[in-house]
Write a protein that binds this ligand. Sequence first.
Ligand code: HEC
Length: 177
Amino acid sequence: MKGFLFGILTMILILAVGLLFALTGFVNMRADKPPSSMETAIAGHAVDASVARAATKLSNPVAANEENLAAAARLYREHCTLCHGDPAHPKAPLNDSLNPPAPQFMDDKADMPENQNFFILQHGIRWTGMPGWKNVLTDQQIWQLVTFLSHMSDLPPAAKQVFSEAGAQNQPASGVH
Ligand code: HEC
């Protein structure tokens, strides 16, 4: 019984020291400094578990045709390239500026189930640079982006063209202003 009490008291002490450490400014909050491997592991699992629990089991209503993928490419170019990269910029400009880092989708495919990607796109991920988009994009546009993420490695020419220089100049992002 004595050992048990001692264990509990030690745990409370460790938690109190940890809290004091954080509240007095010793946890570095810089976005360009990688967090510890413990934080990365715990937070990563917590995000995955939270999304898996919260995302409604919806199936994707958008067809993976050329029209939808080209529309999604324009949305992606407008809103996502800066952090996640695109075929013309596989390493995003903000690649080294975010922690946790934004996955670089050209090398690191978005392989979560589509309903989970839909949920992440709608709501974002707290304490990371990933914004929620539901006040900016319609559900239809979000599903188009989800479809685009699933087909990034086999895009049709009309979608690829959006990222070429000529495509970038000629095709404004549609319907999001
Ligand atoms: C300001 C930077 C930023 C922008 C803009 C942004 N994201 Fe993200 N995104 C992130 C970060 C950072 C993460 C990683 C979050 C984490 O580690 O939990 C992320 C995570 C994701 C994920 C989850 C990936 C996975 O496998 O866990 C998806 C899907 C995603 N973003 C899609 C998009 C799409 C599509 C857009 C454009 C509509 C977009 N993001 C715009 C920063 C951004």
